[in-house]
Design a protein around this ligand. Structure first.
Ligand code: ZN
Length: 243
């Protein structure tokens, strides 16, 4: 993957937004869902056994009695079915609905098709923002008592008894998604630290130069130079505390 995508954020209305292709279900939320979720353990990977348009169609039929928080197609388009942080519960994995977010991934009807790079990127962006928002760790988990990025079939009969997102490579692709999610999270730290280190070096050099200058000064000029020297030292100290 050439570049690390940007970070998403959760808007005050529960819609996820940011540098990705994101659309919102109409109506929002979709009819299949309920209210009352609280602390979230993580997010669950699902596969559609189909494609995004068909999944949107059935999730908007009340008789279907199923939904998810997000759907992602092969081009990386993200469809959000209901709000984050408002207690909305998607109906994706039965007993696992209340404490787990859910993401459906398009597979063109065959779970053996690996996730595309665009799907991995979009899934990493969604997992990263959910993890940051709800406070669960960026890690793979295969246990309903764990936290992180799980899979539908880890819940067994209590979660509906599905093989989803298998059989196939998709469950294993969570490792690449989590790795990218970590890069998304940390990407902004690098330029900040580079900037701070450069500023610290410059402030330190300024303080040293002023110290040398004061040796050649006397009277009012010496007093003023000493004051600037103290300011430069204080600036270097401040920057040093925030590296
Ligand atoms: Zn599933």
């Amino acid at each position: 993957m050439a570049t690390v995508p940007g970070r998403l954020h959760v808007r005050s209305d529960g819609r996820v937004a940011g540098p990705a292709t994101i659309e919102y279900n109409d109506p929002f939320p979709c009819v299949n869902g309920s209210w009352g979720s609280g602390d979230m353990n993580g997010v669950v990977m699902h596969t559609m056994v189909g494609n995004l348009p068909g999944t949107i169609s059935v999730f908007n039929q009340a008789s279907y009695q199923a939904s998810a928080h997000f759907g992602i197609d092969q081009q990386g388009k993200i469809h959000q079915f209901g709000p984050i942080g408002k207690g909305w519960i998607a109906w994706a994995q039965v007993a696992g609905n209340e404490a787990w977010y859910s993401i459906e991934h398009a597979d063109n009807g065959n779970t053996q098709n690996p996730l595309t790079d665009a799907q991995i990127t979009a899934s990493a962006q969604v997992v990263e923002v959910l993890s940051r928002f709800a406070g669960f760790p960026l890690q793979v988990t295969d246990s309903v008592t764990g936290r992180g990025y799980g899979i539908h079939n880890m819940g067994g009969e209590a979660w509906g008894g599905h093989t989803c997102p298998g059989p196939g490579p998709r469950s294993g692709q969570r490792a690449a998604i989590i790795e990218l999610a970590k890069q998304i999270r940390h990407q902004h730290a690098t330029p900040t630290q580079t900037w701070q280190a450069k500023a610290l070096a410059q402030a330190g050099a300024l303080a040293v130069a002023l110290t040398a200058l004061t040796a050649d000064l006397q009277g009012d000029a010496l007093v003023k130079a000493k004051a600037i020297e103290a300011d430069a030292a204080a600036l270097a100290d401040l920057l040093g505390q925030h590296q």
